[in-house]
Write a protein that binds this ligand. Sequence first.
Ligand SMILES: *Cc1c(COP(=O)(O)O)cnc(C)c1O
Length: 378
Amino acid sequence: MTSALPFLPFSKPTIDEATITAVGEVLRSGWITSGPKVQAFEAQLSDYFGGRPVRTFNSGTCTMEIALRIAGIGPGDEVITTSISWVATANVILEVGATPVFADIDPLTRNIDLDKVEAAITPRTRAIIPVYLSGLPVDMDRLYAIASKHKLRVVEDAAQAFGSSWKGKRIGSFGDFVSFSFQANKNLTTGEGGCLVLNNLEEAKLAEKYRLQGVSRSGVDGIDVDVLGGKFNMTDITAAIGLGQMAHIDQVTAHRRALARHYFEQFGSDFEASTGAQLPVADMENSNWHLFQIILPDQGPGTRATFMQQMAEQHIGTGYHYAPIHLFTMYRALGFSEGMFPVSEKIGRLTVTLPMFYAMTLADVERTVATIKAILTK
Ligand SMILES: *Cc1c(COP(=O)(O)O)cnc(C)c1O
């Protein structure tokens, strides 16, 4: 039987009226590409990340690619990352001509397993790209201990971790390169966009060159280009949305944590034992709860598709983040195959993302959990 209740999506952006007005002002201003709004947004982001330099881009993907270019990573270099991420994380390694090396994930956190990272290091390893899946950081102390011991750069794929923290410090306020995405579903969105937190102004200057065709000098007395850059700049239209979102980011994080807490209360302590499903790590300090993901009990091929279909019949949207990257056709063609990363493969097949967004209510959580319990205990 199909539900009569309205459809509850798994994610939905919230854009307030003040932001819509601010975008209108930019559109009427006569200056709609990169300009004062981008500068203001970068300044606010820099404040938010403890004064570190920040530059904005038109996606979170090019942000990571540019970080790898600034680090001088290219052909012959290996970069270690996880297979359970959006494919962008591994694609950027190929984009700069380097070799992706996958390390399997930790079954509890579903993030890259740092023991496996250490085991994957070779004399050619130059960098690690950890992903903070659902907004949960890895053990940051251990990550940077490994990086410094082996003299590796770190490009943090913090696309999902805006507002997350580690031991009281914001993700982005410390570390090496830290990359964020402002894509439509992210906790802070500009529709599309991203930003990179850098170590110093020299790196920030390079980031500016890579995002605008490698232009090193431009003015009345001439123009010059000294590196190969692309076209990755953010517009003032987009930056106006970002500024509007910055005004509410702390409330957004707090509300998502309240929703996550309610999910755990509603599932109750016997949910895992009675259904065979697995809840996420109940981290209420560090995670921004970008996603709330459960691992389904394994009922063979089609387990997740059947579950998602049953949820959809009750008008509840779900998603899955992510299918293992190493099993995509293009990655198989590079030599990756089934069986190489068993934890990633199992979780990639059984993970499901439940509704979680700022405009969601506690009643929405209750409806979602009741529906899941009915499905899994049938
Ligand atoms: C969203 C996301 C990206 C890509 O960001 P875009 O802004 O869409 O380019 C990369 N990695 C992860 C983990 C993401 O969630």
